[in-house]
Design a binder for this molecule. Structure first.
Ligand code: PLP
Length: 431
């Protein structure tokens, strides 16, 4: 049994000086019970906590560490950049190089602006879409997460055609009124919303593969249907590829599905583990961004040289090694097949959604294609399963409504260990 007395002690101490003891809510383990583990170091597939316990990591910092932790190629680039100063606040050659690389990799991007997080990227993208179209409203999908910008913290009301209500105190009704919500994978609901708000919708924003209600893939024709609708109505289509960018393919979900948005938002892998985000797209729209155009957006540390060095090393590696994606797909497939066999053996009939190196297990026998159907999952069972896996040294996302991310550091041997732990943990959770 893994014991974590130092983590427990630190968690108590943290709560005196940090709200809830953590700097991002899900880390507090509230959805699964138990205390979070305080990490000290990580290398390859493993993270090590304050008590010296080792965990096989299936979150990988919520996506960025696609090559495993402390990848030499990224670390060396950072080490090389550090002596030249941590920040200039003036332009650098590296910013052009990474912009050119992103433009060459991501189909929709002709121009790109670097920011410091996925949240900044999505907030900025809708501002540009509003500036460009002269319209105020946006459509987002129930269960999609686009960071913590006010406009995105809106839950759907009952049914597709309801106006948004704030999901969090502090979001004004005025802001909520400008965010319309529709169920994921429901093109008809979007068409109805657009019809009811004719000429007022600036942007439709979505995760082209949703990872924030657990993993949910787009139904056949959903992305193309949105593309066609946006073309017809002069609406800016934004793919939030903060999770999927550089993960599902070198050009993200848009390359995989062959549907090109007007704007894309990026984060996570783009910084190789450093705090980086980006938004980009059609020249015509991006030229609305200051100082080329009137839509203001800025950042003291945007394009930071250390962050750009990490990101550049990561993206260059992925661009030069497309075989990474085949390897990741094969590894993840083996894990999923192993889990399916385990569940059959145990007489369980759960739903696993997977694409590339992202997957989620839902504890329901129903298909999961939107937030409503994701909510069928037995979250109490998930909590028991999560903790049973943690006891076996496997670190999963501490919530049902998250995707897992596989890294290239997961070897065949680790896949076998994972499948065995999955079997034992399911058995334990069933008791
Ligand atoms: N968009 C998506 C799809 C995300 O998954 C996330 C974070 O998980 C964000 C935006 C926000 O990114 P950040 O946490 O870097 O602000």
């Amino acid at each position: 049994m893994i014991q974590a007395p130092k983590s427990n002690e630190l968690f108590l101490r943290a709560q005196n000086s940090i709200p809830g003891g953590v700097n991002s809510p899900v880390r507090a383990f509230r959805a699964v019970g138990g205390n979070p583990r305080f990490m000290v170091s990580a290398k390859g597939p493993y993270m090590y906590d304050e008590d010296g316990n080792r965990y096989m990591d299936l979150i990988n910092s919520w996506g960025p560490m696609i090559l495993g932790h402390a990848a030499d190629v990224v670390n060396e680039a950072v080490k090389k950049a550090i002596p030249n100063s941590l920040s200039f606040g003036a332009p650098t050659r590296k910013e052009i190089e990474i912009a050119e690389l992103i433009v060459s990799m991501v189909p929709s991007i002709e121009k790109v602006r670097m920011v410091n997080s996925g949240t900044e990227a999505t907030m900025s993208a809708i501002r540009v879409a509003r500036g460009y179209t002269g319209r105020d409203k946006i459509i987002k999908f129930e269960g999609c997460y686009h960071g913590h910008g006010d406009s995105f913290l809106i839950a759907a009301g009952s049914g597709a055609i309801t106006l948004g209500v704030p999901d969090s105190p502090g979001v004004t009704k005025g802001t909520a009124n400008d965010t319309l919500t529709a169920p994921y994978n429901n093109l008809k609901a979007v068409q109805t919303l657009v019809e009811a708000n004719k000429g007022q919708v600036a942007a439709i924003i979505l995760e082209p593969v949703a990872g924030n209600m657990g993993l949910v893939t787009p139904a056949d024709g959903f992305l193309q249907g949105l593309r066609d609708l946006c073309d017809k109505e002069g609406i800016v289509l934004i793919f939030d590829e903060v999770m999927t960018g550089f993960r599902l393919s070198p050009g993200g979900a848009q390359q995989l599905y062959g549907v090109t948005p007007d704007l894309s938002t990026l984060g996570k892998i783009i910084g190789g583990g450093m705090p980086v985000g980006a938004y980009g797209g059609k020249k015509e729209i991006m030229d609305y961004v200051a100082p080329a155009g009137p839509v203001y957006q800025a950042g003291t540390l945007s394009g930071n040289p250390i962050a750009m060095s990490a990101g550049m090393a990561m993206l260059t590696y992925l661009n030069d090694h497309p075989e990474v994606y085949t390897q990741l797909e094969q590894t993840t497939l083996k894990m999923v097949e192993g889990m399916q066999a385990n569940m059959q053996k145990l007489g369980l009939n759960f739903t696993i959604n997977r694409i590339g190196s992202m997957f989620s297990i839902f504890f329901t026998d129903q298909p999961v294609y939107d937030f409503e159907s994701a909510k069928n999952s037995d979250t109490a069972f998930f909590g028991r399963y999560f903790n049973a896996m943690l006891q076996r040294g496997i670190y999963l996302a501490p919530s049902q409504y998250e995707a897992l991310f596989v890294s290239t550091a997961i070897s065949e041997e680790l896949v076998a260990q994972y499948i065995q732990a999955n079997y034992e943990s399911l058995q334990q959770a069933l008791q």
